[in-house]
Design a protein around this ligand. Structure first.
Ligand code: B12
Length: 207
């Protein structure tokens, strides 16, 4: 099975190999969904499981995600035209006052890898911008990241702003200082401590 070669290249953090094998597979006539699901996404699921069990760490997850992105770049135009692959839309960003984006980027990459459309608003995003993007994109989930205890209150402000604006959307939060208890306290729909967990959470919320 040649999609196994793509899987193996992602797991080996070999971005050039992923690109080359993805293109070769397309040229050979393999359908886009098989390349995405059996090659790229299953490899990221595998990496996520290894991370959860403590066999791989954040740098390896980032390298795998980067390698996978190489394949996604090649598939993206074809996926956009088929329109059947999107599992939903996620708006993501780091909250107002906070410039940390490594974890947020990792969550965004893994969401893309899992087949979601991701609208990444970047860092230092105020609640008005989150509300506008959630509404404009008719998004299913809003994902908020914060790495500073001083910026965590901006998550609550954003969730309140969504309610006040009457935008119906699931909210998830994360980042090193964030906890499930805090998520419960501010009325977020979900919390995860890591990127693979964030993907699982979103899959449950949009199911
Ligand atoms: C790298 C870093 C920086 C870099 C950020 C670069 C960048 N482009 O992101 C720079 C140097 C810019 C920086 C600046 C500052 N930092 Co800093 N920084 C860090 C550091 C060392 C690593 C963060 C990181 O990237 N971790 C790796 C990623 C992969 O992990 P992660 O972000 O936690 O993300 C994972 C999960 O949390 C989760 N996740 C993340 N987001 C989301 C979102 C959702 C929805 C979900 C479900 C899950 C999820 O999934 C991710 C992947 O598994 C941390 C220490 C630490 N160990 O956390 C301090 C740390 C966060 N920084 C800290 C501080 C104090 C600052 C500064 C105030 C320092 C200063 N005096 O200027 C400034 C603030 C700037 C600002 N306004 O934001 C403190 C925060 C203390 C606190 N409790 O508030 C920390 C904890 C360091 C410390 N021990 O004191 N920092």
């Amino acid at each position: 099975m040649a999609t196994q070669d793509i899987f193996n290249a992602v797991v080996a953090f070999d971005e050039a190999g992923v690109k080359e094998k993805t293109q070769a597979e397309l040229d050979a006539g393999t359908d886009v969904e098989s390349i995405l699901n059996d090659g790229l996404i299953s490899a990221m699921d595998h990496v996520g499981e290894k991370f959860s069990s403590g066999e791989l760490f954040v740098p390896e997850m980032l390298m795998a995600a980067q390698a996978m992105k190489g394949g996604l770049e090649i598939l993206k135009p074809l996926l956009a035209s088929s329109q059947s692959s999107s599992k939903g839309t996620v708006v993501i960003g780091t909250v107002k006052g906070d410039l940390h984006d490594i974890g947020k980027n990792l969550v965004a990459m893994m969401m893309e890898g899992a087949g979601f459309d991701v609208v990444d608003l970047g860092v230092d995003v105020d609640s008005e911008a989150f509300v506008k993007a959630a509404s404009d994109n008719n998004a299913n989930v809003l994902a908020l990241s914060a790495l500073l205890t001083t910026t965590m209150p901006a998550m609550e402000t954003t969730i309140k702003a969504l309610r006040d604006a009457g935008v119906s959307i699931k909210t998830i939060i994360g980042g090193a200082p964030v906890t499930q208890a805090f998520a419960d306290q501010i009325g977020a729909d979900g919390y995860s401590a890591d990127a693979p967990g964030a993907v699982k959470l979103v899959k449950q919320l949009v199911a």
